[in-house]
Structures are given as structure tokens and as C-alpha cells.
Design a protein around this ligand. Structure first.
Ligand code: HPA
Ligand code: ZN
Length: 330
């Protein structure tokens, strides 16, 4: 039995496996510029974040109907459950769909179909986080938040993703203020490829409660002291960092040093279909390559539930935390 954990950094569009991409392409009459799933999988080699994003957005053309989004989320949840995921907070990128003519309602209600059955079918509780694309204009993010109005009962938080460098958090001040006024929780990608200053800015200007990645935190000792003092969770994604070359190798990943510094780290998969593994695979990789012991692994699992948006269901959080403490490693 795998260690129970929450997944807090997962882009649902990044769970599109090559085989499923071909199935959906056939169902929707979309031509993919690859002979088959094997050839597509061989294209999953990246130089940096942008080279990944180019393929990630291109492949989304196969996602068109509510059923497609429901099938995508259902496949992820089934797979996550086998890796010990008990709770998943799932990102989606509405603008990546609305800009190619798929309505926001199709995306949210399709995902919701899978999410509302997830607990009964997979034993995984869920939350939905709507991300804004930071390389699109701030006005587009505001329009997206407005369009989400009828679906806000499905959405727990807003996030910020896509190309980071050159798109500092401050660009999204107004939309984050509007989201907070609507009662939405706030997270943002920061310090993945971008500088530690973007992490500070996301906290100060956007009022985020968690930092997605935060990989470059250690470059700024004052920031580290603050993140430790304020118990700001970081949602790290080790296999993603290796595939996007934000770290030289998994062995060189700063996770052990970050834990030693007292940071509230969690381990997540980001875009598992593209980066070689789901949440449990990321845990296995850091255990094997970084030599994390049982105490550290249990701490990572505990942190994932402490950092989860479960404030409306503290009983559930306590139950999950008890599962972590009761777990025996094999
Ligand atoms: N970084 C930024 N944006 C993203 C990512 C990522 O790893 N995955 C999907 N959108
Ligand atoms: Zn991400």
C-alpha cells in the first residue's frame, strides 16, 4: 500500500497520455501530426518550460466536449488513487480552451462530472483551481474570472501558470484582488524558472497562500526565513524540474536542503503524462535518488494534507493525517 498523500500541483491537461490523446483525436476528428502514440511519446523531450508548453497547448486541440474533460479527469483520478493520492487539488487552464473556441462551461462542468464521482469511485476527494495564463494579457484573466461567475461553486482557488520569466506576479494584481473579493483562495507558480523576487511579489502583491514550485527559494535567505516563519507551503515537482531542466539532475535537486531549512515542502507531479511520473512516482524517485528516509517521506505526506484547502472539512484533514501517522513503510 502506498503512502497516503495529497496532490496539490497537478495540471489536468498535463495528464493527457499519448494513447488517450489519440483516442480523443479519433473521437473528435482531429488530425495529430504524429503517426502513433509511440511517436508522440518520443516528442516528450524538452529544453525548458517553453518547449514543453508548446506541445502541451498544441495537444489540447483533442479536448472538445464535456465528455472529453470528464474522461481526462477520471483517468487521472483512477491512476492517482493507485499511487496513494487521497485528495487532489486540480489545476485547469480555461484560457487555453476558450481561445480555441471551447467554452469555459464545457471545461468546468466536464471536469466536475468526474470530480463529483471521485470520492465514491476512487476514494479521492478533490478541489478545483482555475489558473490564469501569465503570458496572456491581464484583461484576459479578468474576463476569465468574470466568465467563471456561474461556475464559482465548483472552484476553490485561482492560480497562475504558463511562461513565467517576463510575466511578474504584479501584472495580475487586479484579478487576484477580484478573486479574493469573491472568496476564492489564491496560489501562484513562482520561482520555477523565474527569480526568487517573483515569490516575494506573489506573497506581497497577490496575497497567495501557497507557492507552486518555489524551487529557487534558497537563493534568497531572507525569503527562506519568511517562508519558514509564515509556514507558506511550497508545491515542489521534482520530476518536472528534471524534464524541464530547471535542475541539472534529480540528484542535484534542492529538496533535501529545503527540508533541512525548515520549509514546508510538498512533492507533486505537475504534468505527469509529460514528465515521467505521477505523485507516487515522484515520491519513489526522491526516496531512491535523494535518499530521503521514512521520517522525511512521512513529513512530506503530512505537509501535503496540512497545506491542502480542507479548511471547510477539518475532520477529513484529521482523518488523512491520522492515516499518514499510522502508515508503515514496507
Ligand atoms: N509551469 C508553468 N506552467 C505550466 C506548467 C509548469 O510546469 N505546467 C502546465 N502549465
Ligand atoms: Zn505547474
Amino acid at each position: 500500500m502506498p503512502l497516503p498523500k495529497a496532490e496539490l500541483h497537478l495540471h489536468i491537461e498535463g495528464t493527457l497520455e499519448p494513447g488517450q490523446a489519440f483516442e480523443l483525436a479519433a473521437r473528435n476528428g482531429v488530425d495529430l501530426p504524429y503517426a502513433d502514440a509511440e511517436e508522440l511519446r518520443r516528442a516528450y523531450r524538452f529544453e525548458d518550460l517553453q518547449s514543453f508548453l508548446d506541445l502541451y497547448y498544441a495537444l489540447m486541440t483533442v479536448l472538445r466536449t464535456e465528455r472529453d474533460f470528464a474522461d481526462l479527469a477520471d483517468a487521472y483520478l483512477a491512476r492517482a488513487a493507485t499511487q496513494g493520492v487521497r485528495h487532489a487539488e486540480i489545476f485547469f487552464d480555461p484560457q487555453a480552451h476558450t481561445r480555441r473556441g471551447v467554452e469555459l462551461g464545457t471545461v468546468v462542468e466536464g471536469l466536475w462530472r468526474a470530480l463529483e464521482r471521485s470520492e465514491a469511485e476512487h476514494g479521492v476527494s478533490t478541489r478545483l483551481i482555475m489558473c490564469f495564463l501569465r503570458d496572456e494579457p491581464a484583461e484576459s484573466a479578468l474576463a476569465t474570472l468574470e466568465a467563471a461567475g456561474p461556475h464559482l461553486d465548483r472552484i476553490t482557488a485561482v492560480g497562475l501558470d504558463s511562461a513565467e520569466v517576463g510575466h511578474p506576479p504584479v501584472k495580475f494584481r487586479a484579478v487576484y484582488e477580484a478573486a479574493a473579493a469573491l472568496g476564492l483562495r489564491r496560489v501562484a507558480h513562482a520561482g520555477e524558472e523565474g527569480p526568487p523576487a517573483y515569490i516575494t511579489e506573489a506573497l506581497d502583491v497577490l496575497g497567495v497562500e501557497r507557492i507552486d514550485h518555489g524551487l529557487r527559494s534558497l537563493e534568497d535567505p531572507a525569503l527562506v526565513r519568511r517562508l519558514v516563519r509564515e509556514r507558506i507551503p511550497l508545491t515542489l515537482c521534482p520530476l518536472s524540474n528534471v524534464r524541464l531542466r530547471t535542475v541539472e539532475s534529480l540528484a542535484a535537486h534542492p529538496l533535501p536542503a529545503m527540508l533541512d531549512a525548515g520549509l514546508l515542502c510538498t512533492v507533486n507531479s505537475d504534468d505527469p503524462a509529460y514528465f515521467g511520473g505521477y505523485a507516487g512516482d515522484n515520491f519513489d524517485a526522491v526516496r531512491e535518488t535523494l535518499g530521503l528516509g521514512e521520517d522525511r517521506l512521512r513529513e512530506l505526506a503530512r505537509n501535503s494534507f496540512l497545506a491542502a484547502f480542507l479548511d471547510d472539512d477539518e475532520e477529513r484533514r484529521a482523518r488523512y493525517l491520522a492515516e499518514v501517522e499510522a502508515y508503515t513503510f514496507s
